[in-house]
Design a protein. Structure first.
Lengths: 305, 318
């Protein structure tokens, strides 16, 4: 039972982390109609920046904050230099152009930081476990990821639903020409939205960094998972992304934890232990395929035009 | 593909002649590495041609096309691992399994449109990737070495590099011809009509879903053939050949070469792989050049290389 609670919390933590990544992706898609494969690169860059700054300043928190700001700046620069020119183009062009950006960023990181990964060590005050229920210990760091991600999700909700800039974002998503015609500086708005998405991706990357190592290509696997989430949730819908991210987080984590045992009930132990890792990696894609077959527009399709 | 001596037709003719005569050059004491490189180019060219059938003509943006490379390759690899070396068994199995996979995922994916289609094909390809990476008996993540190439009747010997190259080239040209005939047939016109305006095609009375599905299956089967060839070329198959970035490479070839013609993807495959080889000779960090270059092609060279060549004709021609 303790294990089950712990795995549920891990699922929640992973899901919330994925939400940060997927929120940026779905915002950029919903508002600029841009398929951004390079989103995973921003996730990677956030982790690299944070690891570097943390090593320089000697402080985890300071390193993370600096890394976040640096990723935001990189994101806005990428928007101004490259992405801006892709708006209004075919989705295929987006796929190809941003695929080129992935190659560029992977190689740039290899050039600057070298082919070996970095590590981002946790400070001692986070590297402990806390008692969350009588007799149930849980990693303080994972718990803080959950808290930070929930806070960011809340911030996003307030930003999008309760502020002027959020109103413009929503207006831009439903009719960009009209928003532009009403005198809103749509270019600046797009740059800000892209930067926000980049910062969210960077935040996800740097929070994940102490759990996994910081390495080249770390963004590519998780990018696909983030896409799966945006598609399940309905592209452009932040609420959908939130629910889908939690769904995927739970399915993936609990699948990896308990699927092998379930398989052992029907298969021989040997066959189960060899088939389980592959089958549990497949689970989220299976969920997505089922969702798309039943609801081709995702669970919460954003209202379009 | 008319015979008028335009810049584009000259370039295409030179390219085809060069591909046909390459083994002669290598046989005369040229670099054997060149033959290995171009065998790979020809095979991936075949894969790109098959992708172009659905991407360029059908408007179906499949982001999971490398899955068939893996499926075709593993069909050969697994049969060889089990001691069945006959190409007359291996290759039809490779084609059949690819076709069956395409039929299933096509039937489900074609219910969706646009970005959803991109993502669902990607998801199915990733599922296939994880299934194959989970086949512990056949090497799992580490891949599977093939100790004997596919065997056909007496004079045909795939271990002979030159024979194998010509076999691949013949299959490539055959596929280009097939795609050419297909897209100009009634079937091809319906598929292209569905790309332009599906609603109108259905209103006229064409069950476009079925046409698109058949097109999807043909493309998958052709790519499965390329997979079987790759397995024989490298004597090794691994899940990495069907990872999603491989599908990205195939899309690059198609778009770089030009989606508007049957020969474009071949031009793209040659251009991309030769460029990769060239850049990696200059610097270890060659992708830092290739990446922005792709972005520039997307931004400024719509229609790809083939499109650029055709534009030259428009300027020079009478």
């Amino acid at each position: 039972m303790t294990l089950f609670i712990e795995q549920c919390l891990n699922g929640l933590q992973f899901g919330l982390l994925l939400f940060l990544l997927a929120a940026g992706l779905t915002l950029v898609f919903g508002i600029m109609d841009l398929v951004n494969l390079a989103h995973g690169s921003l996730y990677m860059i956030g982790a690299y920046f944070a690891a570097t700054f943390a090593a320089w300043t000697g402080s985890f928190v300071l390193g993370a904050l600096l890394g976040l700001v640096a990723t935001l700046v990189v994101g806005m620069a990428v928007e101004v230099i490259a992405m801006r020119r892709l708006y209004g183009r075919d989705h295929l062009d987006h796929v190809l152009g941003t695929f080129g950006l992935i190659l560029f960023f992977d190689e740039l990181v290899r050039l600057i930081w070298g082919p070996e990964g970095l590590s981002l060590p946790l400070p001692s005050w986070l590297n402990t476990s806390v008692q969350i229920l009588p007799g149930v210990q849980y990693s303080a760091y994972r718990l803080s990821i959950i808290i930070v991600s929930l806070a960011v999700a809340g911030f996003l909700y307030v930003l999008v639903m309760r502020t002027r800039i959020g109103m413009l974002i929503r207006a831009g998503a439903s009719n960009r020409e009209m928003v532009g015609a009403l005198g809103v500086n749509i270019k600046l708005l797009y740059t800000l939205v892209f930067g926000l998405g980049a910062a969210l991706a960077g935040l996800a990357g740097l929070m994940q960094a102490p759990i996994l190592t910081v390495q080249i290509g770390m963004g590519e696997n998780i990018l696909i998972v983030a896409f799966v989430i945006t598609v399940i949730g309905g592209i452009g819908s932040i609420r959908g992304a939130f629910i889908a991210a939690l769904l995927v987080g739970f399915v993936d984590t609990l699948g990896r934890a308990f699927f092998p045992d379930l398989l052992r009930l029907v298969l021989s132990p040997n066959a189960a232990s060899t088939a389980a890792p592959a089958l549990s990696s497949m689970l989220i894609y299976l969920v997505m395929a089922i969702v798309l077959v039943v609801r081709p527009e995702g669970l919460f399709p954003a209202v379009r035009k | 593909m008319s015979g008028a001596p335009t810049v584009r037709n000259i370039v295409v003719s030179v390219l085809l002649a060069a591909l046909a005569l390459l083994p002669v050059y290598v046989g005369l004491g040229g670099n054997l590495f060149l033959l290995t490189l171009f065998t790979r180019i020809v095979i991936l060219g075949l894969a790109a041609v098959s992708l172009n059938l659905i991407l360029g003509y059908g408007g179906m943006m499949s982001f999971g096309h490398a899955a068939y490379l893996g499926i075709g390759g593993y069909a050969v690899g697994i049969l060889a691992h089990e001691g069945i070396y006959s190409g007359f068994v291996q290759w039809p199995v490779a084609l059949f399994v690819s076709a069956a996979f395409a039929l299933v995922i096509g039937a489900l994916s074609l219910r969706t449109r646009g970005v959803y289609f991109i993502m669902i094909t990607l998801a199915f390809a990733q599922m296939a990737y994880y299934i194959i990476a989970g086949l512990a008996r056949y090497g799992g993540d580490d891949g599977l070495t093939i100790y004997k190439r596919s065997q056909f009747f007496a004079p045909v010997d795939l271990t002979n590099k030159m024979q194998f190259y010509y076999l691949c080239l013949a299959l490539l040209l055959g596929s280009i011809y097939l795609v050419h005939r297909l897209v100009n047939s009634r079937f091809g016109l319906v598929v292209q009509g569905a790309r332009s305006n599906d609603l109108r095609m259905r209103a006229i009375g064409f069950p476009t879903y079925r046409y698109r599905l058949v097109c999807f299956v043909i493309a998958g089967t052709l790519c499965g053939l390329a997979g079987a060839l790759i397995a024989n070329n490298t004597d090794f198959v691994s899940p990495s050949m069907m990872y999603w970035t491989r599908s990205g490479d195939l899309i690059i070839m198609v778009v770089l070469g030009g989606m508007g013609s049957v020969i474009g993807p071949l031009i793209g495959a040659v251009a991309l792989l030769v460029l990769e080889e060239f850049l990696s000779g200059i610097t270890e960090y060659w992708q830092i050049i290739l990446g922005p270059l792709l972005l520039l092609v997307v931004l400024f060279a719509r229609g790809g290389i083939d499109g650029l060549l055709s534009k030259i004709r428009a300027k020079v021609g009478p």
